[in-house]
Design a binder for this molecule. Structure first.
Ligand code: IMP
Ligand code: MG
Length: 208
């Protein structure tokens, strides 16, 4: 299957970030337009329901803040924390660092995450939430890197399909940096190499 093309035209890298960023993949304007459309779609689908939004920490902060301001339905908010175990255990094994506190039984639940990569994080979170018997459980992801999927899962609402590249910005990080960028970007390879001795040239999945 051909890789989906990134959105065009490509925005210029702001001067302040030239040293770190190779290129902007999705501009802030493109994000804003898409998040507005997602908000409208979700508001339509969840209208009249008592909705609980469960967002995955930490990468969703910017996306979530914009998304919920584009909703016209009342929602309650909660967060879950999921992170990869450190070195020494199986890569990709996940630990829940914060559980959902709101009662989701019989509720309409929307799980929000920044990016669907292998799918393990979203699979883990949705499997756990289903145990509490929500009336309906849907997922919303800003980005989808389909090529890397290991678990069969898809976002019910997806912002953008992106190619198999490590991206930062708009909440997404590399080693906890770059989350505050207002756009989604690809880092220069030397940034990964400078990440420290023993770091892979392509970053391993950082803690979510
Ligand atoms: P998954 O469990 O492999 O689907 O990965 C999901 C988590 O890995 C996301 O919530 C992110 O925190 C992180 N992640 C995956 N790909 C990227 C990326 O390209 N940039 C930054 N974080 C990423
Ligand atoms: Mg994450």
């Amino acid at each position: 299957m051909p890789k989906p093309a990134p959105p065009a035209p490509r925005a210029a890298v702001p001067d302040a970030w030239r040293e770190h960023i190779d290129r902007v993949l999705i501009s802030r304007e493109e994000i804003a337009a898409r998040v507005q459309a997602l908000g409208a779609e979700i508001s339509r689908d969840f209208a009249g329901r008592d909705t609980v939004i469960v967002a995955v920490l930490n990468g969703t902060v910017l996306f979530l803040a914009d998304l919920i301001r584009n909703l016209t339905i009342p929602v309650r908010l909660d967060f879950v924390g999921v992170s990869s175990y450190g070195a020494g255990t199986h890569p990709g094994e996940l630990a829940v660092t914060k559980a959902c506190r709101l009662d989701v039984r019989g509720r309409d639940v929307l799980v929000v995450d920044d990016i669907l990569d292998t799918g393990k994080t979203l699979d883990r979170v949705t499997t756990q939430l289903r145990q509490f018997k929500p009336r309906r459980l849907r997922t919303c992801v800003l980005l989808d890197k389909k090529a890397r999927r290991q678990v069969k899962i898809r976002g019910d609402y997806t912002g953008f399909q992106i190619p198999d590249e490590f991206v930062v910005g708009y909440g997404l990080d590399f080693a906890e940096r770059y989350r505050s960028l207002p756009f989604i970007a690809v880092l220069k390879p030397e940034v990964f190499q400078a990440g420290g001795a023993g770091k892979p040239s392509r970053p391993s999945r950082p803690a979510a």
